[in-house]
Design a protein around this ligand. Sequence first.
Ligand code: PMP
Length: 456
Amino acid sequence: SMTSNTLRDADLSYVLHPYTNLVAHETKGPLIAVRGEGVRVFDETGRDYIEGMAGLWCASLGFNEPRLVEAATRQMKELPFFHMFSHKSHAPGIELSQALIERAPVPMARVFFANSGSEANDTALKMIWYYNNAVGRPEKKKVIARQRAYHGVTVASASLTCLPANHRDFDLPIARILHTGSPQYYREGLPGESEDEFARRRARELEELILAEGPETVAAFFAEPVMGAGGVILPPGRYFEYIQEVLRKYDILFVADEVICGFGRTGQYWGSQTYDLKPDILTCAKALSSAYLPISAVLVNEKVYQALRTNSGKIGTFGHGYTYSAHPVSAAVALETLRLYDERDILSNVARSGARLQARLRALADHPLVGDARGIGLIGALEMVKDKASHASFEPTLAVGPRIVERAQEHGVILRAMAADAIAFSPPLIISEAEVDDMMDRFERALNDVAADILK
Ligand code: PMP
């Protein structure tokens, strides 16, 4: 096997890293993880890191859950591959679809499987277009997402996403995809405007956009219950109540992107339950399989399903599906994941450890670098500012969030720097209160190191 130096050299020679500054990588080099245990991963030298992001908001059951390994092994031995194209099916896919329908936050009729959050959102978009063809209004095809949203990186889902790096240089978004204002009160609330007034304004702006485009041309609205990659942005006031009122008024479908929030992250099983969303379509991925194998799902309600069904009955095949839609091994692992969430009462752990995380984050609100400390359940963020009163950010070149994150890694905790200089926290859902404290202690050492540097 490769020595650690050979591994490092090979990484630098051959790997084209996703979401990485490729030039900076040549000097920084990789953190090479070789082993996992609970909420920790170990590098090739044996150093441990608390994974404060559960990988990429996904490894909910931690990094060495034997029940998931056994579920995968069993299915691998029995039937490593089959599919669901043209009237084929298999047990793990059937059982997983049933488990998802049983757990859905609102009544749902059918489940479509894909392999990633991006593919799930792409699928939802195509279903919306197909749906509007089916119900005889082909002009109703525009889709509205929000600034700072993250819905994926395929050409269509990157178009729904609205962060600079995902549009700049790719000539996106594609036609018919629009964006309305983000729900971030902390940066975008007006002086003297309450959270709830801000929420009402955002709903009014959405209505104005719909009216300007023509309601007969607007098909759907996409939203994450809590925005993740945009900087962990919680909906202000009664935001979703006002937004959903507008959507109902103009017969616009609502897609809840539960890729991060789904399966307990916000303290309830779904973000849709935390914020009382009534989606027509729900997408989920990541924690669906605790990230052990790639799988995502699109849940559609009866109204959407009936249109898809009737149309395909008339015109033939519903022409969409991936080779690995409902991959049986991924499906078996996802099914076991859902069973483990129930068996271990994961929501109770999120209640306990989430309260601990939120208390530790809020305790940092007075720190000179921290403008805003926010979160819910086991998702949170600290937003770095130069000026606490005006919320002014540091010069981008200072890159305070990324510097703290880099320093935190040296102190043994993996976190991620997000848009607007926010540092995100999203540990595995199995994290204990003591481990939350350990994680935050390690983080605070890094925060204070960088503060001492900047504020000296
Ligand atoms: N939606 C949300 C809310 C996400 O956070 C992500 C990934 N971070 C995606 C969609 C895309 O998922 P994937 O990376 O699996 O394509």
